[in-house]
Structures are given as C-alpha cells and as structure tokens.
Design a protein around this ligand. Sequence first.
Ligand code: ATP
Length: 383
Amino acid sequence: MAVQPNQTKRLNNPEPWQDPKVKPYVSIKNLTKTFGERTAVNDVSLSIYKGELFSLLGHSGCGKTTLLRMLAGFESPTSGKIFIDGVDMTHTPAYKRPVSMVFQSYALFPHMTVEQNIAFGLIQEGMNKNEIRDRVDAYLKLVQMSGYEHRRPHQLSGGERQRVALARSLVKQPKLVLLDEPLAALDKKLRERTQLELVNIQEKVGVTFIMVSHDQEEAMTMSTRIGIMNTGRILQIGSPTEIYEYPNSRYVADFIGSVNLFDGLIVEEKSDHVIVKSTMLEKNLYVSHSASMPVGAQISVAVRPEKIMLTTEEPKGDYNWTGGIVQDIAYLGDVSIYYVKVNSGAVILVTTANFVRAAERSIQWDDKVFLYWKPESGIVLSM
Ligand code: ATP
C-alpha cells in the first residue's frame, strides 16, 4: 500500500531547522564508526532540534543502531563529535549523559512490579520516598497505566509493557530519549495505536526523541523529520512530506512507498520544465521543474502510483501518457494496485482509491487501458 505522510498535527508546529537563529539541541559532526574493516557509520553530520521526534530510517545493517548507540554512549566513535545542548559529550560515559534509551525488548526487570520498575532509577539517584511516589504516579498517569502499579511485567500486554518502559525512561526527566525500534514487538493494530500515543506523550513532555526504525509507515506517521540512511551515510533529511514528495535520489524514492522510475535522457531543459525521452514509454515525459542538468544527461523520472490516472479513453496531448494492458490487480480494501504492462514490456503501478465495490468497477484483468499524469507529478532524479 502506498505510504502517505500523516502530518496533520505537526503542520502547525514551528520548524526550528528552518530558522538559522535556533541552535540545534543535538549536533553530530562528521561521526564515523568502524568495526575492523567495516564502516558502520560513515562521516555523518546531523542537527536535531529541541522537541523533535527525529527518525533514523533505513534497511537492516545501514548503521542506524550504531549511530544511536554512539549518542547513548554505549559505543565510542572512531572519529567525529557529539554535542548535546551545546556540551561536547563525545567521550562522556553513558551514565553521565542526559539521555535515556528505550529498547525494543522493553528491558523491564521481571521480578519487580510496574511501580518498582519505574522508581528504580530515582531510588538509585537517592531521591526521597515521597518525591519518588509523586513522580511515579505522575508518569503512570501520563502513560495511562495508573492502577497497574502492583503488576509484574509478565502480567502486562506488549503495549502495556512498552508504556511502562517509556515511563521508566521519562521519569528521570532526561533531555533526550533514544528509542530503538520501540514498537517492533507489537502487532500491527496495537503498533498503530501506540505510535499515536507515543507522539502525544512526547508532545506533552516536550522532550526530544530520536528513534530508529526500519518501518517507513511508522517513521512517516510519527516524525517531525526523517534521516534516510544507507551504508553508513545519511542520504536525505527532511519532513515526511519532503521525503515522500521530493526524494533526492532513486534510492530514497524507491525506499519510501512505491514509485515508478522511468529511466531516460533529458531532451529539453528549461528553467521551468524538463522533457525526457525514456525507452520505457512511447510518449516523452514532461516534468514541470528545472533539473539543473544538461540535455543528454541520463536521469530517472519518479512518478508515484497514486499520481497516475487510469482510463479507457485515449488521452490527448504529446506527453505523460501511455497505453497498456492490465496484467494484475491487487485489491487491498481501501485501494487497488493495477499493474499495467506497456508496449516496451515495462510494468507501471497505478493506485486507485476504491470508492465503489469491486463488482461495480469497470476496469478488469487484460483490459486495454490508458495511463496519464500531470507534469507536476514527476520528479527528475539523477542516476
Ligand atoms: P538493523 O536494522 O538490522 O538493526 P542497523 O541499521 O541498526 O541494522 P547496525 O546495527 O548499526 O545496523 O550495524 C551496521 C553495520 O555494522 C552492520 O554491518 C553490522 O554487522 C556492523 N556492526 C554493528 N555492530 C558491530 C560490532 N559490535 N562489531 C562488528 N560489526 C558490527
């Protein structure tokens, strides 16, 4: 299913990264970590602002956990620097950093009650009993777990355990919370609900979250900004909308949601448009933005499946359409994905919203159809 950014709530938030006067809360400068021959994190520089929920997203092995562990102080960098709230923390031991970590496995103490789990860090700090009780009560309320204080972890559901783990990490009022795939152990429904709860809690306490995920829907739903990683490097940083609508590379376009990539050559380049000839299509592609690349440059044009219209009538005009045969239809309930084979043999994906019931829909397998899209629906990406 096409992933769509869900930014309804965040759109009203200020965007501190756009304001040069605002200082970043976490500054990562040229951070590298090598394990023997392997470079897990490669010269990463990144600024994260107070109150952000920043996600590091990428395929398994791209280096996101190593980056998070360096922020926590569990791993020391090979080179580069980490500043938190303006203080150089590169060589500060984990226990002295104003940072708390939430693990995928929750890491609750099984023999302790919910209350004891949450209070543990405060007792170690030597806080007095009354203060601890008040603080634990407040954080139980925050994560909606009041009344569960005397249960042990095995008497809780996965979602409840996750909320206790979150309360335990927030109760010490850290400046920065690091979350390593915090929802990965939950089933899909619970995960979706908990994503929103987590965002609400984070907004309430106003603490900065940095989260590692390989689940793009999760990162799109929750984050103020996302950093897409591949082979130890950050390829693009942006809001969910920017990453989805304006990917800066084939890798990012392909990684986030579904995309059709038409490889071709620029045949015309102007300040407000580009015309591209692709062997995958009979008609040329017209893209309504400049590409800052010369005529003859080899590029790809990315078009999202939901931006392509499907019809049985031949479109007019010289650009951005093709005929084809419906090869397959994947019915996903709310949407259907049509796999349309065009003359070149390429298969183009088209997503349509299912407004009417399946039996009433007119376009079926093996039908001859036409596809078209607007000039602003394409994005030119360098190869
Ligand atoms: P995943 O989503 O699977 O957790 P990741 O993006 O978090 O992956 P990392 O765990 O950061 O990836 O690992 C990045 C690379 O560094 C991998 O190739 C991994 O094998 C390697 N690596 C990580 N930790 C160590 C270590 N302690 N010793 C040697 N190699 C390591």
